[in-house]
Design a binder for this molecule. Structure first.
Ligand code: GUN
Length: 289
């Protein structure tokens, strides 16, 4: 079965809009998301565009702050300090990656945890790891929401996560091992130094691919009936497309589809759910203010 991330995102957008309409009617605080985009990385620009578009569809307010890649770290930290202070902004994100001369850790730490709707700040990450109330990082939160809405059983399942990034693989492994639903999985976190990734993947009831290598997961790495979640969004050259490229995931979809019980496509799978999760966090931030 194909997990329709795009359709689910639309459904949740409608639910969020109803809540925002009710807030508006009673004269409450309309959620306001700000996004900072540095430089002209086309993929980042496209992600941020989607976030702003989703805000409009759900009745949120949004502000896009675009800066040239020549911006200094100091200038960027000033923008963050202003957003932290700005009473009108409930939550904000700084789109990653940032140019090399800017320290991403420093930028992440500068964000007020109460406005950190990406859930990247160590305060939110730490709370998440301890099972306390926190802003969950957008992509893992989107995947958790998918599993929940599709009522996929996770308790006692063996989950294999491929990739240990701070924003996807590592938090995903923590969330699925928590004592909760979705959760209660036995988790294996694999990465570039794992001795035999294929045999680890073959043991997965739930396989989460987040490594950024096109079509890395082939059918012979997937157990019959596995749930396959593909986080990859890779641009590969394709002269038959007007854009000159097409998007493919980390999973070789065509061959893996037949072996899976559930699978997310790329595009229209995890991507739209990441944006949805960010909006759920922004509404939460607006309510907490
Ligand atoms: N770059 C890739 N994914 C993300 C994300 O979820 N948030 C931000 N800020 N940058 C990203």
């Amino acid at each position: 079965m194909i997990i329709d991330g795009k359709g689910l995102a639309e459904t949740i957008k409608g639910e969020l809009k109803l809540e925002v309409d009710a807030i508006r009617e009673r004269g409450g605080n309309i959620p306001h998301l700000a996004a900072v985009l540095v430089g002209d990385n086309p993929a980042s620009a496209s992600y941020v565009r989607n976030k702003v578009r989703f805000c409009e569809g759900a009745g949120f307010e949004s502000t896009l702050i675009r800066k040239d890649s020549s911006i200094t770290e100091e200038e960027l930290l000033e923008i963050i300090a202003d957003l932290n202070e700005n009473e009108d902004v409930d939550g904000f994100i700084v789109q990653l990656p940032l140019p090399e001369h800017i320290d991403e850790d420093k930028v992440t730490m500068a964000i007020d945890p109460r406005k950190d709707v990406d859930g990247f700040h160590p305060v939110n990450f730490g709370k998440m790891a301890q099972g306390l109330d926190a802003f969950l990082p957008a992509t893992p939160y989107g995947i958790m929401t998918m599993l929940q809405r599709y009522e996929i059983e996770t308790s006692g399942k063996h989950c294999v996560v491929v990739g240990r990034s701070n924003i996807v693989g590592t938090p995903m492994s923590i969330l699925l091992s928590r004592k909760a639903y979705p959760g209660n999985c036995t988790v294996t976190l694999t990465h570039s130094r794992t001795k035999d990734i294929a045999s680890e993947c073959l043991r997965a009831d739930i396989l989460i691919a987040a490594i950024g290598i096109p079509n890395f997961i082939s059918a012979d790495m997937v157990k019959e009936g596995a749930v396959v979640i593909d986080v990859g969004i890779n641009r590969v050259e394709d002269d038959s497309r007007k854009s000159g490229y097409r998007l493919v995931g980390d999973v070789d979809y065509d061959s893996v589809y037949g072996k899976s019980s559930y699978i997310t496509p790329v595009p229209k799978g995890v991507g739209p759910m990441t944006v949805t999760a960010l909006m759920m966090n922004t509404l939460k931030a607006a309510k907490q203010k």
